[in-house]
Design a protein around this ligand. Structure first.
Ligand code: F1P
Length: 341
C-alpha cells in the first residue's frame, strides 16, 4: 500500500511502463461511463473500483467478469473508458476481453501488478499496483493495492472534472492511514485463527454485505473456496430474502460485512433475519455487534475506503480455515497462478 501511495505523492501515479494513464484532461472530462473487467479477485476489485469511481468522480461505472464479457459480442461505446484488472497480467479471459475491445476501437487502460505482462502490453495505458510478487497462488496483497489504485484513479478523475477538492484531501488522508491500520488488523491474527477453528467445520458458509460490503463478501467467499475448499456463497444482503435465506441453519454460518455507514441499521435487520433462522453470525464491523456471535472489529477510516480494510481479516480467516483443515495453502488444488486458457 505504501508503494502505491508513494507513486501518487511523488506524482508518479502512472508508471512509464504502461505509458502512464495516457488520458489527458479533455479526454478525462469526456468519459461518460467506466467499465471494469477482470476475473476472480480482479473482478471483485473492479466492483470496488466502480463504486469508488461513482462516489468520488460521479461517473457511472460498473464491473463485469472479463470471462463473460469476451463471449457476448459487447457493444463498444466510444465514450466509455474500459479498464482491465489483473494481478498476473496473463489471465487469458481478461486478455481476450481487451483484444476484443481493441478490435472494436475502444480505449482500454490497465490496473495491473506484473510489469510488462501480456495484458499490460495490450492496453493503451494505466497503472501498475506494485504489490510485488504474489508468493502464493491466490491474490491477497494485490487485491488491497488494486483497490487503493482505484481510489487514486477515482480521485484523479474527480479532480479533473472539478469535483470537491475537500473530498480529495479527506480521502488522501484516509489512504495515508491505511498502512498502520492494516498492521493493526494483522495484529489481531491470533483471534482470527481461533475463529477460523470454530467455523472450519461448517457445511457451507454464507457471506453477505450491502453496497460497500458486497464486493468484500464476494472476495472473502472466493478466498475461502480457493484455499479451504469449504463451500461458500456470497450475496448482496438484501438478496437473502429473495431465496437464499432458505439455506440458513446452524451448520451454515454467515459472515456479515457491516461497515459503520448509513446502511448499518439495514444491515442489522439482516442479522435479525439470520438469527430468526438459528444461523450463527461472524461480523466484520467497526464495533461489536450485539446480534452477532462474534465480531472482528476493524479500525474506522473514511467510509469510501471501508472495502479496502474490511477484506483483510477475511483473507486471514480463509488462510487459517485452510490450515485448520490441513490444506496445502501454497498449492491450492485446481488453481493456477494465472489461468491462461
Ligand atoms: C485472476 C484469478 C485470481 C485467482 C487465481 C486465478 O488472476 O482469478 O483472482 O486468485 O489466481 O486467477 P489475475 O488476472 O488477477 O492474475
Amino acid at each position: 500500500v505504501d508503494r502505491v501511495l508513494r507513486g501518487r505523492i511523488d506524482d508518479r501515479f502512472s508508471t512509464v511502463h504502461l505509458g502512464g494513464l495516457n488520458l489527458d484532461a479533455r479526454e478525462a472530462r469526456g468519459v461518460r461511463r467506466v467499465k471494469i473487467l477482470g476475473c476472480g479477485s480482479a473482478y471483485h476489485t473492479g466492483l470496488i473500483g466502480a463504486q469508488l469511481i461513482e462516489e468520488l468522480a460521479r461517473i457511472p461505472a460498473d464491473a463485469e467478469p472479463a470471462s463473460e464479457f469476451r463471449y457476448r459480442n459487447p457493444v463498444v461505446d466510444p465514450d466509455t473508458l474500459y479498464i482491465a484488472v489483473s494481478q498476473s497480467g496473463e489471465t487469458y479471459d481478461t486478455l481476450a476481453a481487451v483484444q476484443e475491445l481493441k478490435r472494436k476501437g475502444a480505449r482500454v487502460l490497465g490496473v495491473i501488478n506484473v510489469v510488462g505482462s501480456a495484458i499490460a502490453r495490450e492496453t493503451d495505458g494505466g497503472v501498475y499496483v506494485h504489490a510485488g510478487p504474489e508468493v502464493c497462488v491466490v491474490s491477497t496483497k494485490c487485491f488491497t493495492n488494486t483497490a487503493v489504485a482505484f481510489a487514486l484513479l477515482a480521485l484523479h478523475l474527480g479532480r479533473i472534472r472539478d469535483l470537491s477538492v475537500a473530498d480529495g484531501k479527506r480521502i488522501i488522508a484516509g489512504l495515508r492511514k491505511l498502512p498502520e491500520q492494516i498492521a493493526e488488523v494483522l495484529r489481531g491474527e491470533e483471534e482470527i485463527k481461533k475463529l477460523a477453528t470454530e467455523y472450519a467445520n461448517a457445511k457451507s458458509m454464507m457471506f453477505v454485505g450491502r453496497v460497500r460490503g458486497y464486493p468484500v463478501a464476494r472476495e472473502a467467499s472466493l478466498k475461502l473456496k480457493e484455499v479451504s475448499y469449504v463451500h461458500a456463497e456470497a450475496y448482496p444482503a438484501s438478496e437473502l430474502k429473495h431465496g437464499p435465506l432458505a439455506l440458513i441453519e446452524p451448520e451454515v454460518p454467515t459472515v456479515a460485512v457491516l461497515p459503520d455507514d448509513d446502511l448499518l441499521e439495514k444491515n442489522r435487520a439482516t442479522l435479525e433475519e439470520i438469527k430468526a433462522r438459528s444461523g450463527r453470525i461472524l461480523a466484520v464491523a467497526h464495533r461489536e455487534q450485539a446480534k452477532a456471535d462474534h465480531t472482528i472489529v476493524v479500525p474506522r477510516n473514511e467510509v469510501e475506503l471501508d472495502p479496502i480494510l474490511m477484506g483483510i481479516p477475511l483473507q486471514l480467516l480463509a488462510y487459517h480455515t485452510a490450515l485448520a483443515l490441513g490444506r496445502d495453502i501454497d498449492k491450492p488444488r485446481n488453481l493456477a497462478k494465472s489461468v491462461t486458457v
